[in-house]
Ligand binder design. Structure first.
Ligand code: F6R
Length: 332
């Protein structure tokens, strides 16, 4: 059985390996810089699109849209690029988007480790970007993320620098696991409310998904400042307030005063309502390093929670059941 913790601990190696793989690819001539980019994927593959969208929003002028569905938007045309990501290569929603993107005559690139998508991309002569094999999708985040960022670079849209990638490799090696044990203890038996600011939004969703899939428990995400325009009212008279615990993701070294003040406001507000707020500090200078470091912490915490609960972090039976159910409704 794959040991999730061991895989997470070696995430830095995944980054190094994927860079080697990317450098070794004989890239065919790609098309022009796209007008817009659609990134399609579900679950542990789809979240890669969220990371790339957030990172790219600060660095490139081409808009990026993420689709976690079986339909692509009608604006997609031959001016656009669709990056299709499915770790297994067999996710029906994503395969349907692949087909629709081809039909829309968009440029298409596939990122996968295997499965039907690999087969189809070869048959359709579509650029195919390989990622690390033999893992579960969520454990392959660094590999898929580097692959996707590399694709953008090849289309003339550099989102991260080599220095930022090297910094990420460094921070992924610098985890103090002992500090995570007490966070895991506080989460057990509670419903975590993961709250942060917009730059960390993909991280908050990733954290939730890790608690869902590894720890087998529900969790909720709130993003500031939107949080202050609706959810905040829900805590004025909630049911069973003792069931919740707030996990606040914040940079170890804050650089944005406005974000800092908003986080402080939320912390004080929750504490006033009687909730326990646990601050989780995210290390790293660049946003890429911060997002990868935070994802690793989320992964490790969720696995520790699973271990403490005597649950296998690796299996995701309900996802398999859903996939078996839905497959008959997809003609591919
Ligand atoms: C994560 C996980 C799921 C899958 C999702 C899509 O580890 O198992 O969230 O990522 O069901 O499958 P793929 O990624 O193979 O397209």
């Amino acid at each position: 059985m794959i040991a999730m913790k061991e895989i997470y601990r070696k995430w830095y190696e995944q980054v190094i390996k994927e860079l080697e793989v990317m450098n070794g690819i004989r890239w065919r001539k790609l098309g022009k810089t796209p007008r817009a980019i659609l990134i399609s994927g579900m679950g542990g593959s789809g979240i890669v699109g969220d990371y790339v969208q957030t990172l790219a929003s600060k660095r490139v002028e081409v808009p990026i849209f993420v689709v976690k569905d079986y339909k692509i938007p009608m604006w997609v045309s031959s001016d656009d690029l669709t990056i299709v990501i499915s770790y297994s290569g067999n996710t029906r929603e994503t395969i349907r988007c692949y087909r629709e993107a081809l039909k829309a005559r968009a440029q298409v690139v596939v990122i996968t480790s295997n499965g039907l998508l690999k087969e189809y991309a070869k048959k359709d002569n579509i650029p195919l970007i390989p990622v690390i094999q033999g893992l579960v999708p969520r454990a392959s985040l660094p590999s898929m993320l580097i692959a996707c960022l590399y694709v953008l670079e090849k289309f003339g849209l550099p989102v991260v620098s080599r220095d930022e990638i090297h910094e990420s490799i460094h921070v992924l090696k610098e985890i103090h696991e002992n500090e995570l044990l007490s966070i895991a203890d506080k989460i057990i038996g509670k419903i975590p409310v993961i709250i942060t600011v917009t730059d960390y939004s993909p991280l908050a969703w990733r954290f939730k998904n890790e608690l869902n899939e590894n720890s087998k428990m529900p969790a909720k995400v709130e993003i500031i400042p939107e949080w202050a325009h609706n959810d905040i009212v829900g805590w004025e008279a909630p049911y069973n307030i003792e069931k919740y615990i707030v996990l606040m993701l914040k940079p170890r070294i804050p650089t944005d005063e406005l974000s800092l003040q908003m986080l402080n406001y939320a912390k004080k507000y929750f504490e006033k309502q009687g909730l326990n707020v646990i601050g989780i500090e995210i290390a790293g200078k660049s946003l890429l390093a911060q997002l990868l470091y935070g994802s690793l912490i989320a992964g490790l915490i969720s696995v520790i929670v699973a271990e403490k609960r005597g649950i296998s972090p690796i299996t995701t039976e309900s996802i398999n059941e859903y996939k078996n159910y839905i497959v008959k409704y997809f003609t591919i």
